[in-house]
Design a protein around this ligand. Sequence first.
Ligand SMILES: *[C@@H]1O[C@H](CO)[C@@H](O)[C@H](O)[C@H]1NC(C)=O
Ligand SMILES: *[C@@H]1O[C@H](CO)[C@@H](O)[C@H](O)[C@H]1NC(C)=O
Ligand SMILES: *[C@@H]1O[C@H](CO)[C@@H](O)[C@H](O)[C@H]1NC(C)=O
Length: 455
Amino acid sequence: MKTNIFSIATAITLGASAVWGSPSSSEKRDSITPITVKGNAFFKGNDRFYIRGVDYQPGGSSKLADPIADADGCKRDIKKFKDLGLNTIRVYSVDNSMDHDECMKALADAGIYLVLDVNTPKYAINRADPQKSYNDVYLQYIFATVEMFAKYDNTLAFFSGNEVINSGNSSSAAPYVKAVTRDLRSFLRARKLRHVPVGYSAADIDTNRLEMAQYMNCGTDDERSDFFAFNDYSWCDPSSFSVSGWDQKVKNFTGYGLPLFLSEYGCNTNTRKFEEVSSLYSTDMTGVYSGGLVYEYSQESSNYGLVKVSGNDVKELPDYDALKTAFSKTDNPKGDGDYNQTGGANACPPKAAPNWDVSSDSLPAMPAPAKKYLTEGAGKGKGFDGDGSMEAGTESTTTATAGSGEVSGATSTSTSSSSKGAAPGIKVPQLPMTTVVVGLVTAMSTLFGASLILL
Ligand SMILES: *[C@@H]1O[C@H](CO)[C@@H](O)[C@H](O)[C@H]1NC(C)=O
Ligand SMILES: *[C@@H]1O[C@H](CO)[C@@H](O)[C@H](O)[C@H]1NC(C)=O
Ligand SMILES: *[C@@H]1O[C@H](CO)[C@@H](O)[C@H](O)[C@H]1NC(C)=O
């Protein structure tokens, strides 16, 4: 759905030190319970958590803007988020040279979480040339972004990529998407940041949705995602669980070991009544799905908006009331919604070109010059005004050994259970703890020198 065109962003660059608090700072930023992963579901403390969200890109997909850096606009819209009954927004790009404290705190105060895409139009994997675009300049940008946002307790999740694969043949870029996901997870652990769940948002295509989901959840733990999401516009009112084909999407994903959610939904072919809401939050679906994000908050040229924003004025459109009504009459299921506590890995999908064109389960290794960010931190973000990364930097020249993304010494504040409970019959190394630790210390010493081990 999202198609970005570059725009000239205003040049505002704040020094990183002025913007970032220390992760160990005793100052209380916010008081909202971070979301964690258990089995195939999200949890807020001991309670199952379902995403009730919207995609938030005031200005539209063709105009690059960072709505989290716009504190006034953010506060203006939080009133509507609360009125709609939301607990989550998704933002497609942020300028990592800007300050986001004020908006993130206001969201936390309102009980609202953020699902954040780490990429921007200029800093992303290029599906036409993934090998070149997976480089250290790119990783510096996205590491700086997660370093900034992992500090907020209401950052629910990071999308490592969005619709990179949008056809059969573009699945050849999948190993790069998976490598980026691995690197983000390694970075969070190496920097001792909160283990914010990391996963991919897939395009609304049947061609290889299931294969991509399986692929992102196969291999060693360091290579696997914390969740999977996809866009889905198949429920067009008037419809039903079976007419829309959502019953098949439950069937196909039953037994999948990660939390799943819809990263965009809300077909607008006919008048929207959002009747899918009562299905999405019923036990027809909650054994496998954890809610979703309605496309989209503001009215843009594609006509999906709930409100029309003009300056400080926010006008509610008919879809706003329809969604508000749908949410207000739909409670979450009682108890745990029949989630699967086991979770865990599955086998990698076999190559089946042209729909699934990935011949090896091995991933590219992190580009060598990017490894220093694991020990030194990412440094200052280049922001929307940066020169971009697709043609820059040093690309990956080697294949990673399975397990290379493991990071020792990052045991605190784990929020993901993805290292537990691999499905029976799936090969995931289960070594005695001492072996693992010694093995990791050796590997990490070789890679980064002894300093990291003493963290
Ligand atoms: C996939 O095929 C289309 C149509 O032939 C082509 O335009 C596109 O460049 C190809 N993409 C990749 C990643 O090979
Ligand atoms: C379910 O899986 C089958 C087999 O992979 C596939 O052909 C079908 O398109 C999938 N259905 C949906 C709705 O994803
Ligand atoms: C629960 O998840 C495991 C691991 O993915 C799977 O093997 C099992 O079939 C699932 N159970 C149900 C009831 O879906």
